[in-house]
Design a protein around this ligand. Structure first.
Ligand SMILES: Cc1cc2nc3c(=O)[nH]c(=O)nc-3n(C[C@H](O)[C@H](O)[C@H](O)COP(=O)(O)O)c2cc1C
Length: 186
């Protein structure tokens, strides 16, 4: 799969089947994040790869309503960082940008391997911290839900979520966010 194909194939699917999680898979995904660019090569990202069944089950209580589909995750990747790990240049703070880029690489590699890697914001950072032993000063930026895309749509999904399994949610047209040569009011 080339990069463009991986970008096109990546979807935030919610109907998940189990997939085997091996140390090789974790190393492969982490190695792709590792090669991402970062300000001054600060590499501000931190990842907890959770595939232990007991911990995955504990994580259910950290998920927000509407994210019950993530109970079928074979792995959850907690994405962590903090401001102090990366450049702060006057009002420009780079840790979210750099961690986001690295995580996008990880997600695209998971897609390339035929997996679903779906980032979510619907979770309690407090409960996630408690369950995973994350210190207060590290931000839990996202959880990436990993599994294999199921052939059938999971009945637990809402109507909107069911629709998104077959139809990609619409995007803004290019001309709403692309400027040529100069910023203009749109
Ligand atoms: C930061 C972030 C937070 C998200 N949070 C959730 C979430 O809590 N629950 C969920 O089902 N999907 C979540 N999504 C997935 C988006 O809804 C999805 O990416 C968007 O609808 C576009 O669909 P697509 O990724 O399949 O193209 C999140 C995505 C991102 C990047």
């Amino acid at each position: 799969m080339d990069v463009k194909e991986a970008i096109h194939n990546r979807r935030a699917y919610r109907s998940l089947d189990p997939v085997e999680i091996t140390q090789d898979l974790i190393t492969d995904l982490a190695s792709c994040a590792q090669l991402s660019a970062s300000c001054f090569n600060n590499q501000p990202w931190r990842y907890i790869f959770i595939s232990d069944k007991e911990t995955l089950t504990k994580m259910h209580e950290a998920l927000s309503q509407g994210n019950e589909w993530a109970h079928n995750a074979s792995m959850i990747i907690a994405v962590l960082s903090k401001k102090e790990y990366d450049c702060v240049i006057r009002d420009r703070v780079y840790y979210h940008f750099d961690t986001g880029m690295a995580t996008a690489f990880l997600i695209l590699r998971a897609t390339d391997l035929g997996l679903v890697a779906h980032p979510i914001a619907g979770y309690s950072p407090k409960k996630t911290r408690e369950i995973l032993g994350i210190p207060e000063d590290l931000e839990v930026i996202t959880l990436v839900i990993v599994g294999k895309h199921a052939q059938t749509i999971h009945p637990i999904l809402s109507d909107k979520q069911k629709e998104a399994e077959t139809t990609r949610p619409e995007r803004f047209p290019l001309d709403t966010f692309v400027y040529l040569n100069r910023y203009t009011t749109k």
